[in-house]
Design a protein around this ligand. Structure first.
Ligand SMILES: [Zn+2]
Ligand SMILES: [Zn+2]
Length: 473
């Protein structure tokens, strides 16, 4: 029997915490090492988890683990050798009728098999991966809003990922740009029976994304993109649309999430798509593509761009949220911007990546340790957004509210509600220029000062009920 005195501490979750979503990250530390492993039980049954546990010396270990709560009460026991930590966690599900529905979009004439390095790439496998990926993003949003002090608010997932059989032929789809694909699928989904009463937003993955490979050794992102069809990365309005070029790097099961992020296997770039922001590994592809999902879903929740954070250039480090990867990966800086042929009102984007070496990521160490966060203005919008609040609490009888902007007086006004955030964004790329927040006060009018030139800007306003005004100035 071991006579070392161990202990376990958790840093992000407390006893009796309540959750509206199932996948929970637990972060913490273990004191004093022996040969044991960290075990997790729920209601005294061995429970599958995905974990990263590392000791820096005999005295100090850290861990991050992911577990899936079952509905209602969960008595969670973390044990390390002779030490046990018990906590009771409650998962109630969500009562929000506004939801996000993940879809696996299959064009006419396509068999639904995504490009993969194995033959386990059928529709079922894709849907499992996508469902799990969206659940992970859901958990990440909650965690990141909680870190900002807004509680664990997140969006509701309306169903498991559904196959969506499009009328668009595979051949047609190959000729279309990202924006054309977005326009087509957005319209088709809106006209389908899935869409009801403006309470759904969709996250679609195109099954037929095809990377034809690179033979001239030009593995720049631009060239990889040129040699790929049906690989959109575009979000806005009610649809975030993605390709499945890197779905082969995504795990199907919760226990495989951490290993997938840690997977250092090199991508055979001659055959398989590499979207890892120049890390060239399976784990890098998973981190970057899940990061893109976080970013594009931000756009469907009406977020614009920010210089940094998830809505800026820092979406490649999602791996650090769920693992103990700490080495600073010197990744090239991203430029987020709107492609010129993208419809302006949709506030959508293409993420382009500069070649490596042009910029090094700076100031990383000063930022939060996992360098994945929403900036304050984005967090404020999300925590007020209808998709992030149970509608019984925001009350549905707020239909008389009205937000408006007077160009002459430059005054933003709310009727029967209070202004919480006013943003000015560049119209061209949705980049934040300036914002004002009024979280504590009850303000129903706000004047934008005369020294700000409004030309070429977009006004974004959200009130305490989550009503939004977006207007080009
Ligand atoms: Zn021990
Ligand atoms: Zn964007």
């Amino acid at each position: 029997m071991c006579d070392i005195k161990h202990s376990i501490e958790l840093s992000n979750v407390s006893d009796n915490d309540k959750f509206s979503y199932p996948i929970i990250p637990l972060k913490g530390s273990i004191c004093n090492r022996c040969s044991s492993d960290l075990k997790v039980q729920i209601d005294n049954c061995e429970w599958p988890v995905s974990k990263d546990l590392r000791f820096t010396n005999d005295k100090r270990g850290r861990f991050k683990l992911l577990l899936r709560l079952k509905k209602w009460d969960n008595l969670v026991t973390l044990s390390y050798c002779n030490y046990e930590l018990k906590l009771s966690l409650f998962y109630a599900g969500s009562e929000n009728s506004y939801s996000v529905i993940p879809l696996y979009i299959i064009c006419e004439g396509h068999d639904g098999r995504y490009q993969s390095d194995t033959d386990e790439n059928d529709i079922k496998s894709a849907c499992n991966k996508i469902t799990l990926g969206i659940e992970l993003v859901q958990s990440l949003y909650a965690e990141k809003l909680a870190e900002k002090g807004f509680g664990r608010k997140t969006f509701t997932i309306g169903s498991l990922c559904l196959p969506f059989h499009s009328k668009l032929s595979l051949e047609e789809s190959k000729k279309m740009t990202d924006q054309e694909l977005w326009n087509y699928f957005a319209r088709e989904i809106l006209l389908s029976e899935l869409y009801q009463a403006e309470k759904q937003k969709f996250v679609g993955f195109i099954s037929s994304t095809y990377y034809e490979g690179v033979s001239n050794n030009d593995f720049s992102y631009a060239n990889i993109k040129r040699r790929t069809t049906g690989n959109a990365t575009l979000g806005g309005g009610g649809l975030a649309l993605f390709g499945t070029g890197c779905l082969y790097t995504w795990p199907e099961k919760l226990v495989d999430i951490v290993p997938a992020f840690l997977n250092g296997k090199q991508v055979n770039r001659k055959l398989m798509m590499d979207d890892s922001n120049y890390r060239h590994t399976y784990g890098g592809c998973y981190a970057t593509t899940i990061g893109s999902v976080c970013h594009e879903m931000g756009h469907i929740f009406d977020l614009g761009h920010t210089k940094d954070g998830i809505m800026g250039s820092e979406l490649d480090h999602i791996n650090r949220v769920f693992t103990l990867i700490t080495t600073t990966e010197d990744l090239p800086e991203r430029i987020v911007g709107r492609n010129t042929d993208v419809r302006r009102s949709m506030n959508s984007k293409l993420t382009q990546i500069k070649r490596p070496g042009e910029f090094l990521l700076k100031y990383q160490q000063q930022k939060e340790s996992d360098i994945t966060y929403f900036t304050n203005n984005c967090a404020i919008t999300l925590q007020l957004h209808k998709w992030f609040n149970c509608d019984t609490c925001t009350s549905d009888n707020n239909c008389d509210t009205r937000l408006s902007f007077n160009f002459v007086t430059r005054i933003v006004t709310s009727v029967n509600s209070f202004l919480k955030l006013v943003e000015l964004r560049e119209r061209e790329d949705g980049m934040l220029k300036v914002y004002w927040s009024f979280l504590d006060g009850n303000i129903d009018c706000f004047q934008i000062t005369r020294d700000i030139l409004l030309d070429g800007l977009t006004l974004f306003v959200i009130d305490n009920f989550g009503n939004i005004l977006k207007q080009d100035l």
